[in-house]
Design a protein around this ligand. Structure first.
Ligand code: AP5
Ligand code: MG
Ligand code: ZN
Length: 216
């Protein structure tokens, strides 16, 4: 099953994705995470992506769609994936609908996480991310262990370079201009479930599961 977790930066896509992907039995495909992996490994793609990410702008569609095409070509993705942060422009949306459609597959559901801009700033500037496994934390609502290390793997957690207030504002502008319009195109083609993303992480998880008819 192909499912899309949609929503503005900081709405909780990454936080909710692991449990949902596990329940659906599909891999979690987050383009932002894949770009950051390339960054850590110092690849040419990582260098290119950095120049956009650090400014809060979208990496060009062709580069992003190529990356997703190769990820979808891996064995574990044949039966479905949970997309997080992709597609995030109308051209990316039409590309993925066409790419799946060409092999008789389709997007089954869209979960649209709704969080007010005012809350987003605090969530993102307080976020800390593991340098090793990519797990995310929040200085107030979901802190790492007492030494400031990752609870999952023990490695240091840091603030993402694009999680400063200045870059977040640019990311929100990019979301409004390029990503949000995807929703309009999706309505009528794919079931879109609007889910309130404000509440505890557990409360939001239960809402998402129930919107998809999954037992919490
Ligand atoms: P990406 O990594 O996808 O970032 P994003 O979409 O801006 O979203 P975030 O990861 O910031 O937020 P999230 O919704 O995952 O929130 P999270 O769960 O972490 O993209 C980064 C960049 O890569 C882009 O700007 C672009 O340059 C590039 N890129 C990526 N994909 C691309 C594409 N398809 N095309 C082109 N360019 C692309 O939660 C945030 C914080 O809130 C955390 O600290 C968390 O602990 C906390 N939190 C979560 N839920 C709750 C809750 N219920 N209550 C309290 N706190 C909570
Ligand atoms: Mg994320
Ligand atoms: Zn870790």
């Amino acid at each position: 099953m192909f499912v899309l977790l949609f929503g503005p930066p900081g709405s909780g896509k990454g936080t909710q994705a692991s449990a949902l992907a596990e329940r659906l039995g599909v891999p979690h495909v987050a383009t932002g995470d894949i770009f950051r992996k390339h960054l850590r490994e110092g690849t040419a793609l990582g260098q290119l992506a950095r120049s956009y990410m650090d400014r809060g702008q979208l990496v060009p569609d062709l580069v992003t769609c190529d990356l997703v095409a190769s990820r979808l070509g891996e064995n574990d993705a044949a039966g479905g994936v949970l997309f997080d942060g992709f597609p995030r422009s109308v051209p990316q949306l039409y590309w993925v609908l066409g790419h799946l459609g060409a092999t008789g597959r389709s997007l089954a559901h869209v979960v649209n996480l709704q969080v007010d801009d005012r809350l987003i700033l605090g969530r993102i500037t307080g976020r800390r991310t593991c340098t090793n496994c990519g797990a995310t934390y929040h200085v107030d609502s979901a802190p790492p262990d007492a030494d400031g290390n990752c609870t999952r793997c023990g490695k240091p957690v840091v603030q993402r370079k694009d999680d400063t207030e200045e870059v977040v504002r640019d990311r929100l502008v990019a979301y409004a201009a390029q990503t949000f319009p995807c929703l309009e195109q999706l309505v009528g083609r794919v079931p879109v479930h609007n889910v309130d993303g404000v509440g505890s992480i557990e409360e939001v998880r239960v809402r998402i599961f129930s919107a998809l008819g999954l037992q919490a």
